[in-house]
Design a protein around this ligand. Sequence first.
Ligand SMILES: [Zn+2]
Length: 156
Amino acid sequence: MICELCGSDKNVTAFKVEPKDEYVNLCEDCKSQIESGNLDENHFQCLNDTMWSEKSAVKVLTYRLLKELGRNDLIDMMYLEPEEEAWANAEVEVKKDAYGNVLKNGDSVMVIKDLNVKGGNTIKRGEVFKNIRLGDTPGHILAKNIYIKTEFVKKV
Ligand SMILES: [Zn+2]
């Protein structure tokens, strides 16, 4: 499998292009930059090619990245079908902790109150979870396979 953006074969995995249930195969470099939001413009020169992709998910992801990079010159040249454009501009839920800090995949959070979880267990206030996932459940993050409401955590 190769990365559908840059063509690398380094640890390629499927990346969901929210909010649709469609995926783009990404190498670990592309994926980590997209998840962290720290885009390296040199690395993403590949978008010059992927903007002409025939796969909607690739085009939509390319459009969003070009927008983040401020490359309106390239966006103006892209051709998106109306439904692709709606998808590209769809609001993706931004998840925030109890104090309004934006949460991202890979963040560490501290639980700010005792929580009862399934199976009768308790998560103690002050417990820290590393490498959280945002997951697909609105208003929750995924910490070690447990869904926790974002209002009960603090980014650390
Ligand atoms: Zn890549």
